[in-house]
Ligand binder design. Structure first.
Ligand code: GUN
Length: 294
């Protein structure tokens, strides 16, 4: 087995983005500007947003974090979104999910100007993606596509199992891998909580994208020899041997699977890094107005 060196690949892409931003700054223009809206204190979300801000700093991208108390109203968030839509100094913004249960995320995502929707969650971008038209792609599936591209992995005609049908990862991933495009052309099965025979479906797959949010769900008996595995899971589990008392594990039991798969992405230091890189690429695309015209 080979553990994918995702860190090196993400560094390489970050280097490319930084060079482009440096050129923008050298030409006297303002830097790209990303805004993150965060509601409440979900510890995982806090860590993700912190990493996004840190990566912006590294690359010369301006970032602003708008952090609100968990009892903020739907109307107040709508107003924040409306202001960001009309703010010419903002190229792109994201609403970090999940948000507290009293807020309606679908309704809020609809308010985001598709031109600034660097998460690709607005139905306009999601629909364009489904039709194979240029659009902002959701960051995690886009990050996986970038990884496939960099490693030049053959996808055409391959059998793929996507485990988990979330709006953020599983559903867009299944669409992207099945489209008629480079790094697509797969035969995709989207597995979820009502699916039968998950083990057999996984066993028949050349590529597995595990995004189900269950620690070490994918075990040795579910993986075909030579399969390529993208482990999207970031699950915190208790670990008495760790100083903090816990550690992060993926949706795949890497120790069990490591001698069966040909490639597997590590957790941590895997898909999470690519998600951030993909968001940075989308931010630069928004700045350059690549998708919606100047
Ligand atoms: N929560 C988990 N992943 C993501 C993501 O890619 N974008 C946003 N906005 N929230 C998330």
């Amino acid at each position: 087995m080979a553990v994918m060196d995702v860190r090196s690949i993400s560094k390489e892409i970050k280097g490319e983005i930084k060079r482009e931003v440096d050129e923008i700054l050298l030409s006297g223009k303002r830097p790209p500007h990303l805004v993150a809206i965060m509601v409440g204190d979900n510890p995982a979300s806090k860590a993700y947003v912190k990493n996004k801000v840190k990566t912006c700093d590294e690359l010369g991208i301006k970032s602003t974090l708008l952090h609100f108390e968990s009892d903020i109203s739907q109307e107040a968030i709508k107003e924040v979104i409306a202001n960001l839509n009309s703010d010419k100094s903002v190229d792109g913004f994201i609403l970090q999910l999940p948000i507290p249960a009293h807020l309606n995320s679908q309704d809020l995502l609809l308010e985001i100007d598709p031109m600034k929707d660097v998460d690709g969650f607005h139905p306009m971008n999601f629909g364009k993606m489904a039709l194979g038209l240029p659009s902002f792609l959701p960051a995690t599936p886009y990050g996986i596509i970038l990884l496939i591209e960099r490693l030049n992995l053959e996808t055409s005609g391959k059998k793929v199992a996507v485990l988990g049908r979330s709006d953020i990862v599983g559903t867009p991933m299944s669409l992207l891998l099945s489209r008629k495009a480079p790094y697509g052309n797969c035969t995709v099965t989207l597995l979820h909580s009502r699916s039968k025979n998950i083990r057999n479906e996984l066993l028949g797959s050349d590529i597995i994208v595990a995004a189900i949010g269950i620690p070490k769900f994918v075990t040795a008996d579910m993986v075909k020899t030579g399969a390529v595995i993208f482990d999207v899971g970031i699950n915190r589990v208790e670990d008495e041997h760790s100083k903090s008392g816990s550690r992060l594990v993926g949706d795949v039991d890497t120790d069990q699977v490591k001698d069966i798969a040909s490639w597997i992405t590590p957790v941590p230091g895997g898909i999470g890094l690519m998600t951030i890189v993909a968001l940075m690429k989308n931010t630069l695309r928004a700045y350059n107005m690549e998708l919606y015209g100047k």
